[in-house]
Design a protein. Structure first.
Length: 172
């Protein structure tokens, strides 16, 4: 199936392989991706609006290339690695029960977003708005409170100790 320059509305993609495919200039509205592989897909000017990704593999994606107008999606139980989410407005975005590893969030609005029960190993989060975001039961995050806006952000113990890692202090 060809995915470039197409419009998909309220479509369920089940076990579809988008790996290395071009989704350029396509529009995905209210779509569900289940058990799909989107590794290294090309997202140039792709519109993704109100879409959900469940049990998907998303490696090497540059979401900053997407059309930013109405950009909205959610991830649940996904493997998201080496992907780029910088300079985006991802307010209210769900990254639940996922492996969000070696990704980059720089100058990203993550207000009211959730990383609950997710593993953020190697992920860079800098110059982001994390107001009211939730990292409840998330692990392996390294967030510098001096480089991010943190207001009423939810963290769980003991992982919240990682917020102090830059200060080179010991806990006993």
């Amino acid at each position: 199936m060809e995915f470039e320059n197409k419009r998909f509305e309220s479509k369920v993609f089940k076990s579809e392989n988008f790996s290395n495919k071009s989704l350029k200039n396509s529009y995905f509205l209210d779509c569900v991706f289940e058990d799909c592989n989107l590794s290294n897909a090309i997202l140039k000017n792709t519109k993704i609006q109100d879409c959900s990704f469940n049990n998907c593999k998303l490696l090497g994606l540059n979401f900053a290339e997407c059309n930013r107008l109405f950009l909205s999606f959610s991830f649940e139980n996904c493997l998201i690695s080496m992907s780029y989410f910088s300079d985006l407005d991802l307010k209210n975005t769900l990254f639940k029960d996922s492996q969000v590893m070696d990704c980059e969030f720089n100058k990203t609005n993550l207000t009211k977003s959730s990383f609950e029960n997710s593993n953020l190993k190697g992920t860079i989060i800098s110059n982001c708005n994390l107001s009211f975001a939730s990292f409840k039961n998330a692990k392996n995050y390294n967030i510098d409170p001096n480089q991010n806006f943190i207001k009423k952000t939810i963290f769980s113990i003991p992982e919240a100790v990682g917020l102090l890692s830059k200060f080179d202090i010991k806990f006993e």
